[in-house]
Design a protein around this ligand. Structure first.
Ligand code: GLN
Length: 378
């Protein structure tokens, strides 16, 4: 048979984590916390397992959790969302991203993706026969030039995939970015897929802007969010999508026929937890402090930091240290210096290499400090 994804040989995040484990290195590569979620949340799961949750949850998600999501969106974004017709709970944001692409992209349709970016968009577009059109942001500030971006839109453009805060650059889309996007898609039938999994990790007083907050974008947007990122539970695989009722109907058709529904006890526990606490509102301060501890730990090295406005990733330029390609350099960092990072070239479909590495700072302070001191030897 002919592979639909011939360019996929391995998963860069799993590869780097595997190598970090093999060499017992400090793993700042794959984006996940090395600390536990709230004990209260884990206790709720244990309780929920004894509360009749062992059979299928409703296809679109537990009503109690969809209600909590609607409350959260109102509180954080000042956007009214109907829990019945506009919220769908899935098995992680990644599932909802795939479903959105599968539901709306027809063979031959063009989908604009922005790079560097998370690596699951392009494969999903290719699997359904769409055509990925890559808009490249330029280092070091990774801003979108909307005049140039406009030239990527054709009558075949079916979807634009945006992400803010962006993985791996940590760059935020601003109010002006949203207005420019709204202007561009006005009068078209283009759908926006908005990846907002790092919505609560915005620093230095900046605000998170979602297309859901802009009336001209709201009706054409599927916005995808992650409890994995927000509650430190990336392994539980629970995320959600918000979209208008018309879009949600189609999205749920794909969800229904892939996984049908997400884990029942986990959904119930998260719903009960969110009813009791909004501790996630502390995430900006929590992660800003980690960013700063890590930057401070790295200040004695020859790595040059780029500005991180959000997400839990910090980019560093290593061109003062080596001419090696970033993948080879990362492999050497693990083997010789005991620290794992992600080569940013792997987050471009053409492996564009600016000699940048991505480090995840969702780690305990001791690890961030130890990584910095190991890298001073370089
Ligand atoms: N989002 C995480 C990252 O960018 C990893 C996700 C995954 O490994 N599936 O590192």
């Amino acid at each position: 048979f002919k592979s639909k994804l011939p360019y996929i040989h391995s998963h860069i995040f799993s590869y780097m984590t595997g190598l970090a484990n093999q060499y017992n290195a400090i793993n700042l590569s794959q984006g996940f916390p090395n600390f536990e979620p709230a004990q209260q949340l884990k206790d709720l799961v244990a309780q929920c397992l004894n509360q009749n949750t062992s059979q299928y949850a409703p296809m679109a998600g537990l009503p109690a959790l969809r209600n909590q999501v609607a409350i959260k969106i109102q509180k954080c974004m000042n956007v009214g969302v109907d829990a019945d017709t506009e919220v769908t709970i899935g098995c992680g944001a990644t599932e909802m991203i795939f479903n959105t692409i599968a539901a709306f992209v027809w063979p031959g349709d063009e989908v604009i993706i922005i790079e560097p970016g998370y690596d699951c968009y392009r494969p999903a577009i290719d699997v359904v026969g769409g055509k990925p059109i890559v808009y490249k942001m330029q280092a070091p500030d990774f801003k979108i030039d909307w005049v140039k971006f406009a030239t990527y839109i054709t009558p075949k453009t079916r979807m634009i995939i945006t992400s803010t805060p962006n993985n791996p650059t940590g760059v935020l889309m601003t109010n002006n970015d949203m207005l420019q996007l709204a202007q561009l898609v006005k009068g078209t039938d283009i759908i926006i897929l908005s990846d907002e999994v790092y919505e609560h990790m915005v620093f230095d007083g900046a605000a998170h802007h979602s297309p859901l907050q802009y009336p001209e974008l709201r009706e054409r947007t599927v916005a995808v969010f992650s409890f994995g990122k927000t509650l430190h539970i990336t392994g539980w695989r629970i995320g959600y999508a918000i979209a208008s009722p018309d879009l949600t109907i189609e999205l749920r058709k794909v969800h229904q026929n892939t996984v049908f529904s997400a884990s029942h006890p986990l959904q119930k526990a998260i719903a009960l937890y969110l009813a009791e606490t909004d501790e996630y509102l502390n995430l900006p301060a929590f992660y800003q402090q980690k960013r700063d501890i890590f930057l401070n730990a790295m200040s004695g090295t020859r790595f040059k930091p780029l500005h991180c406005q959000g997400s839990y990733f910090q980019l560093f330029d290593y061109s003062d240290i080596s001419n090696e390609g970033d993948l080879a350099f990362c492999e050497r960092l693990i083997k010789d210096y005991g620290v794992a990072a992600i080569p940013v070239s792997r987050m471009y479909s053409d492996n564009h290499d600016d000699k940048l590495l991505r480090f995840c700072f969702a780690k305990t302070d001791d690890l961030l400090i130890a990584a910095g001191s190991k890298l001073t030897a370089l």
